[in-house]
Design a protein around this ligand. Sequence first.
Ligand SMILES: C[S@@+](CC[C@H](N)C(=O)[O-])C[C@H]1O[C@@H](n2cnc3c(N)ncnc32)[C@H](O)[C@@H]1O
Length: 426
Amino acid sequence: MKLSNIIYCKDNLSKMREMPDEFVDVVYADPPFFSNKYYEVIWHDGAEIRSFEDRWKGGIHHYIEWMRERCFEIHKLLKPSGAFFLHCDWHASHYLKVMLDEVFGGSNFRNELVWHYTGRRMKSSRRFNQKHHTILFYAKSKKMKLRDYPTEPYTHDEYVKMKKQKVHVDNDGREWIWGHAGKGKSHNYRIYIDKAIAEGRAVDSVWDIPIINTSSKERLGYPTQKPEALLERIIKASSNEGDLVLDPFCGCGTTIAVAQRLNRQWIGIDVSPTACRLMKRRVEIAGAKEVEVAELPMSIEELKTLTPIEFQNWIVGAMGGTPSVRKVHDMGIDGYTFFDRVPVQVKQSERAGRPVVDDFETALRRHGESAVKAAKERKNTHFALQGIIVAFSFTKGAHEEAARAKGEGIDIQLLTVAKIVKEFEA
Ligand SMILES: C[S@@+](CC[C@H](N)C(=O)[O-])C[C@H]1O[C@@H](n2cnc3c(N)ncnc32)[C@H](O)[C@@H]1O
């Protein structure tokens, strides 16, 4: 098994269980929050649609047990000098802290970091504006030391105000104040203000880092995408160049892109094939060479376990096409083939029947105008309309219906998932 600079498309629990003990320096995990939301995501480039369900039918205890199993594996993978950062919010941070005290040991708790972000502030008669997330920071053991303590800049005036001391000026015109070696010690020394400002102020446990604004180039359209500045602070503080950073809920790849840029080794895991493909692109832009996405679902059985949108994305992607961007009202068209933009409909079912073909025919007729135009451009005089339906299998009725439609000038191809998988593997 390759152990770094690789993306795994798999449930992180089974992937982490295959990995050796104590080989990772830092884990940052940003799991789906316990927030009962269903995200449907349109990527920035408008070409791909992704979703992940953030819904826990068994309630908070189910969620915590789900997380516990994963945190247990994370603990096992970390070196004794390793660090773990769990990104969460008010929905479950209090339950997660109790669970992590059990898994890591309460004495290995290091900080509750508050990521405070700005944004629109509204008044409410019920509660205060919720403008922070919580990052729980645990060490594997006493051996974990912060590497590069983060600092932030401050101005001359802020520094002087904070120190509340008389400012002196030496013969060269440099400003300085008295520094005290420690309580009860008489030995004082000079702190030059320009030097102190250049070194910056050590940050505390509240981190003011703006969210990625809507017009930022960094924004990829993923609603839970975290700012690179946040990951940069975490990675620099907890690892050295060459160390290994793991993100088991890697999303659109913020952690591994930053790790790559900071010359760390990295591993990204995400259960979503679309997220993994996006991650690959992102980390290659950050400088990684020909990154492998391992374990993309391939077998029919694995494809059956994907969520409907993931399944559609996988099928259309495997056909070399682009998924439809208008997911909610896609009018029966889930994507288009790459070259000739033939509409594709994807059914995650066995025995797709006559009604499926009928409905798709209606969708194609609606889509007709542009299809006729495309057909003319391709000088295809045989069929004004064409489309492809993909399913695990089709009934006899579906084939009969497709033959009838063909007689009326509408070419509907029925393709099985098995055929696409075979071609994809070839
Ligand atoms: C909150 S997002 C992570 C966002 C990420 N920090 C970023 O900046 O893009 C959570 C991710 O966890 C993934 N995920 C959910 N359950 C998973 C599992 N069991 N194994 C691996 N990944 C999972 C989802 O597909 C989603 O991409």
